[in-house]
Design a protein around this ligand. Structure first.
Ligand SMILES: Cc1cc2nc3c(=O)[nH]c(=O)nc-3n(C[C@H](O)[C@H](O)[C@H](O)COP(=O)(O)O)c2cc1C
Length: 224
């Protein structure tokens, strides 16, 4: 068993209560302007933006620091097109046969369908994989604790980083996503988590007029 080793917490500035309240409010106001976008512009995005955003994702808290994730960032047009073809085939099955009515009803306000044009127009696709375990050089499997929870949090960091950079994203989950392992040459034990579509919004992009639950509905406080 290896020994723990400690370093000082990275420096932080003292914040008054007023500053804390303002900073929390400011972050909320910035994050609440994030929307899932489904109409992308073809404008290119520098690779450095994607790299920094992935580093943000990779800094997320995770089970036992095993960092059970892999991100494949794709800007190659031919590969994006292959992903589009495969995703649309799955989505066609989903919308026409596999999806229970209840699910289709939940999706109705979003106006989504089996057409996934954004997979071709958006400059970047980021396929996110979770790793339930890793294979050690001697062939043994090292279990990753809380892999799904960790990848979910890392994905949240990634979505926030992309928004902070000034871009938009779409968390896309063609169902099922096994084709991503094949097209991206990822090992069979890695589970596709979701496909993040990243870029600039189309000039005339519209978003569904949906509401967020108020604070009182999503939280309860137990205070002294
Ligand atoms: C796990 C997950 C899967 C999603 N899958 C899809 C998807 O396959 N297609 C899609 O158009 N939107 C998808 N979304 C986006 C949601 O529909 C969207 O986040 C939700 O309607 C709230 O809208 P907002 O992100 O603009 O606040 C997904 C979101 C999450 C978190």
């Amino acid at each position: 068993v290896s020994k723990p080793s400690f370093i000082p917490l990275p420096p932080r500035e003292f914040q008054t209560d007023k500053q804390l309240i303002e900073r929390a409010r400011g972050f909320f106001e910035e994050m609440t302007r994030r929307r899932t976008v489904r109409d992308f512009s073809e404008r290119a995005v520098p690779r450095a933006v994607i790299e920094s955003s992935l580093q943000t994702a990779g800094s997320a808290p995770n089970g036992a620091n095993l960092q059970p994730w892999h991100f494949v960032a794709i800007s190659d047009p031919a590969l994006k097109r292959e992903i589009q073809v495969a995703a649309e085939a799955e989505e066609k099955e989903f919308y026409e046969r596999r999806a229970p009515n209840e699910w289709l009803e939940a999706l109705a306000p979003l106006g989504t369908d089996a057409q996934k044009v954004f997979l071709e127009t958006a400059p970047w696709l980021i396929a996110i994989f979770s790793q339930p375990y890793r294979v050690l050089p001697d062939g043994r499997r090292l279990k990753h604790y809380y892999a799904i929870e960790s990848v979910g949090i890392a994905t949240g960091f990634l979505v926030a980083a992309i928004h902070r950079a000034g871009l938009v994203s779409l968390t896309h989950t063609p169902s099922p996503m096994g084709f991503l392992n094949k097209l991206l040459h990822r090992p069979a034990h890695e589970k596709p988590f979701l496909l993040l579509v990243v870029g600039h919004p189309a000039e005339d992009a519209m978003v569904p007029n949906i509401q967020r639950k108020p604070l009182a509905d999503i939280s309860s406080f137990i205070c002294s």
